[in-house]
Design a protein around this ligand. Structure first.
Ligand code: SF4
Length: 437
């Protein structure tokens, strides 16, 4: 986790605006991103412009109401003054968390910057913070609420900031899948004490799915400890049901020597997951058919082009990328792994990075001694992360000053208790941040 620095030159938001008005060269996948998110929040149902825009938004997803005009009409300087004044009034009663994938215009107000789990843990270590303003997406705010004390309030500045990948596995579909697996395999341990299936959910999932894992002998993983978590699961079960991200599951299990033939893909829309009993019986990892729209954009052709244009470039991608991309890269790893690999490299190194553009540009600004660029030359941020804007941050902070808690994310304690079990199992597992392709 890094503490805030001013890295204005890295701003993705300014680049998109510049491309849109013709003052900057380059290409963006969604020029509409230059508009304020509140225009999208009310006008277009869905995840909004950006990499996730074509994913289907589940019915019942939280939506953001109208942001008061005071904030919609303010300019950057006014918002900055209001945020600073509110922060000064609130002191350490409030902490602002900023995920790596947030735009710099938001990150500049963050007390802590990191990945979802680093931020949730940081929130837990701030007992004086009565309110945690979580600049990230919905499942992250839920995790922070699960891990923080009952008197602490977790606030998501824009309720429309979900995650299309997390939404690809809902609790009803996972329970339905589980019932079919129990029907096929039963749920009793075998002669070696191994149960038929252990559920493993990626951190990028709803609290309900984390609770499902806690209640069914399962566990949570992150992109930095997925291998250690799968080892934990294989020590307890014949096979794993891994959701929602098929790519993290496949890339991790493949690196552990699990053959692809033993990793069938469960399609929640198909009868029996679209799989034959024999495929499930021989499976070691049953992969859920989910993916991240941002990391899906990276391709082997982009890697080839980077190597042709920059001989000697080190290609590092996130494990949410497809197996073909991970196989073609020099290394793969979590956001934390990527940042540490860059920090440890000798000056003058060149890196082509396959992860969300806001983080890549911030790393490029933070490490000017290296050449760092995104594998995808098109500027296309995560559309849901992009729903957080300083205007929402100012709105929730001024609300706190006035004694109003707006956009609180509160996980039902019955759900939170089981989810905590799955998270604590993960915390007891050795982290593994040294993946390499
Ligand atoms: S980058 Fe992908 S996994 Fe992360 S919040 Fe966006 S859609 Fe979800």
């Amino acid at each position: 986790m890094t503490v805030l620095k001013d890295r204005a030159e890295a701003s993705v938001a300014r680049a998109i605006a510049g491309i849109g008005n013709g003052t900057l060269a380059g290409e963006t996948c969604a020029p509409e991103l230059a508009a304020a998110p509140w225009i999208v929040d009310l006008g277009v149902p869905g995840y909004g412009p950006g990499a996730s825009k074509n994913d289907v938004l589940p019915a019942g997803s939280p939506s953001q109401g109208q942001l008061p005009a005071r904030y919609r009409e303010a300019d950057d300087a006014e918002l900055g003054e209001w945020i600073a004044a509110a922060r000064a009034r609130l002191g350490d009663r409030v902490a602002v968390m900023g995920h790596f994938y947030q735009r710099d215009e938001v990150i500049q107000y963050a007390d802590f910057v990191g990945d979802s789990f680093q931020l949730a843990r940081a929130a837990r270590e701030l007992p004086r913070a009565e309110a945690i303003v979580f600049c990230g997406v919905h499942f992250m705010a839920e995790t922070a609420d699960i891990l923080t004390g009952p008197e602490q309030r977790v606030i998501l500045p824009n309720l429309a900031a979900g995650c299309s990948m997390a939404d690809m596995a809902d609790i009803d579909s996972v329970e339905e899948c589980w019932e079919q697996l129990v029907e096929l395999f039963g749920d009793a341990p075998d002669a070696e004490g191994l149960v038929p299936v252990i559920p493993v959910t990626y951190m990028n999932s709803s609290a309900a799915l984390k609770a499902f894992c806690g209640a069914h002998g399962g566990i949570v993983c992150t992109s930095s400890n997925a291998q250690a978590v799968l080892e934990w699961a294989f020590a307890r079960g014949r096979r794993v049901l891994f959701f929602p991200d098929q790519h993290l599951g496949r890339n991790t299990a493949k690196a552990m020597g699990v053959p692809l033939a033993q990793m069938p893909l469960w399609n929640p829309r198909g009868a029996h997951g679209g799989l034959a009993d024999a495929e499930l019986e021989s499976a070691r990892v049953i992969l859920w058919n989910g993916f991240c729209s941002v990391h899906k954009r990276f391709s082997v052709a982009q890697i080839d082009a980077a190597r042709a244009a920059h001989p000697g470039v080190r290609v590092i991608v996130h494990p949410e990328c497809s197996m073909e991309v991970v196989d073609a890269a020099d290394e793969y790893g979590s956001t934390d792994y990527i940042a540490k690999a860059i920090a440890a490299a000798p000056a003058g190194s060149a890196f082509a990075i396959g992860t969300e553009i806001n983080l890549v540009r911030r790393l490029a600004a933070e490490f000017p001694q290296h050449e760092i660029f995104c594998l995808d030359s098109v500027i296309c941020p995560c559309s849901t992360m992009y729903r957080i804007h300083p205007a929402y941050v100012a709105w929730v902070l001024e609300g706190l000053v006035e004694g109003r808690v707006v956009n609180r994310i509160a996980v039902d304690e019955r759900v939170a208790a089981d989810a905590r079990v799955a998270l604590e199992r993960m915390l007891a597992v050795r982290p593994d941040t040294t993946m390499a392709a």
